[in-house]
Design a protein around this ligand. Structure first.
Ligand code: UDP
Length: 474
């Protein structure tokens, strides 16, 4: 009965909406199981990506979650790379986090840390508070990240290795070019920050991963066999997902998005949906290639278009609404009016993916997008762009077999013919049918995993038991 007792968790996301959203999903997961969740969010100094406004929006949409803004000290070096600056900001926020935890009316039972909040481990140790990590990407990425601080010192910079394969123990080999963007240049502050984070993440008592056992047997075996971290135990992994936006309307009175009405009028599985995460965007030339590819494929499409970034490598810059007339080929909107819809900036993605008319998804391979597509049973066409997306693509294509890649993504230029070919492959061929069958299986396995007695539910109970046993039942 002790394991059924309600716990209080403090969730501590890293900076940025991309880190906040998965933590909100985790909080909902905890609340549904009768626990309480407090989200302690560092209110970053000016210029950092998590705005107090985003927190306020999420707080309003999730009244049962307690949100607390922690004032952060000014960033030490405003000129530092955003990844290093975020890391330093979080480290400097340690005293504030400690003060916040000490002041809680009842002490928390555990701290659930974002993968980048590794220095909060020091606060947890000081307060003798159990600390677990929440890893919001694939277990396959996690297995590779854990090993990287040990593997990388013996290799050249990934950026100089190109197509050379990198072998992480127990894992499928990955081309250096597909390693995360932040670790491409070995000498950069960015990579050094990541190596420090990847090393310390092994010090947590365990890791909750937003995935499910069936999807990633190779990585889970490597992690269970303890081959990822040389010289110390691999942290215990609990796959408790998929935790994703369920695509149900939030019920706050907002009207249904116009694109859903448009989808209602399209035949089943006939529409290709193109959307590149919360910030992904492509160059003006790439936008035109996509337009030509869509046009010559003859397929129906729903396409989220954003303004090209001024610097193609810096997608984090805020951008204005796109001027579609200026950006898309002349007459494109006219010619495709009967079978295409272009949205500026944003689509209700989870709802779109679950709509019966959606037949394929051109994605940047953000992990939440991949999980949402799995939950909807929609095959994917990969255009990885930033962060760990190319790594996700490797596993989605080669291991999970739920996606096909677009050639040319490494150079940020996929030709119209390639887009047309992959759209046709997925929408028209036997290979596409096979993909859809795999997706149907993956969808079933995902919903089984989070259903009663499913692997993710069992893993969550094991996590609670681990917490109560002081992490000693390894
Ligand atoms: N999203 C959305 N509409 C958009 C773009 C993104 O609803 O137009 C949502 C998407 O459903 C997903 C999240 O934003 O839940 C993006 O997360 P992901 O991990 O895929 O990519 P990131 O934005 O972190 O790169």
């Amino acid at each position: 009965a002790a394991s059924a007792s309600a716990k209080t968790f403090v969730l501590y996301p890293s900076l940025g909406v991309g880190h906040l959203n998965p933590m909100v999903e985790l909080a909902k997961h905890l609340l549904r199981r009768g626990h309480s969740a407090v989200l302690a969010v560092v209110d970053p100094p000016d210029g950092d990506p998590t705005s107090a406004a985003a927190v306020a929006r999420l707080a309003e949409a999730n009244p049962s979650i307690a949100f607390r803004l922690l004032p952060a000290p000014p960033s030490p070096d405003p000129a530092a790379h955003p990844i290093k600056r975020a890391h330093d900001t979080l480290r400097l926020a340690n005293p504030v986090l400690g003060g916040f935890l000490r002041a809680l009316p009842a002490p928390a039972d555990a701290l659930l840390l974002d993968m980048f909040c590794v220095d909060a481990l020091d606060v947890a140790a000081e307060l003798a508070l159990p600390a677990y990590f929440f890893f919001a990407s694939a277990a396959s990425d996690f297995a590779i990240f854990l090993n990287m601080p040990y593997l990388y010192p013996g290799l050249p910079s990934f950026k100089d290795m190109g197509d050379t394969l990198v072998h992480s123990p127990g894992m499928r080999s990955v081309r250096a070019v597909d390693m995360p963007l932040s670790v491409q240049d070995k000498e950069s502050d960015m990579t050094k920050t990541r190596m420090y984070q990847f090393k310390r993440i092994a010090e947590g008592r365990g890791v909750l991963v937003n995935s499910f056992d069936w999807l990633e047997p190779t990585a889970l075996k490597a992690l269970a066999d303890g081959v990822c971290v040389p010289g110390r135990p691999t942290p215990r992994v609990f796959c408790i997902g998929p935790l994703v936006n369920d695509g149900k309307k939030s019920g706050d009175g907002e009207t249904r998005h116009e694109c859903l009405a448009w989808l209602d009028a399209q035949p089943e599985r006939s529409v290709v949906f193109l959307c590149f995460g919360s910030i992904g965007a492509v160059s003006a030339a790439q936008l035109r290639e996509i337009a030509y590819g869509l046009e010559s494929s003859g397929h129906r499409f729903l396409w989220v278009v954003r303004s090209p970034p001024a610097d193609p490598a810096d997608v984090f810059q805020p951008r204005p609404e796109p001027d579609l007339d200026a950006l898309l080929p002349e007459g494109f909107m006219e010619r495709t009016r009967d079978r295409g819809m272009v949205l500026k900036m944003w689509a209700p993605q989870a709802e779109v993916l679950r709509h019966a008319a959606t037949g394929a998804f051109v994605t940047h391979c953000g992990w939440n997008s991949a999980l949402e597509a799995i939950m909807a049973g929609v095959p994917m066409i990969c255009y990885p762009m930033y962060a760990e997306q190319a790594l996700n693509k490797v596993f989605m294509v080669e291991e999970m077999k739920i996606a096909v890649p677009l050639e040319g993504y490494e150079k940020r230029m996929v030709k119209a013919e390639e887009i047309e070919a992959k759209l046709r492959l997925v929408m028209e061929t036997g290979e596409g049918r096979k993909l859809r069958e795999t997706l149907a299986t993956a969808r079933k396995m995902a919903s089984d995993a989070i259903g009663d007695g499913g692997s993710s539910e069992v893993a969550f109970s094991e996590f609670l038991r681990d917490l109560e046993n002081g992490g000693c039942n390894n």
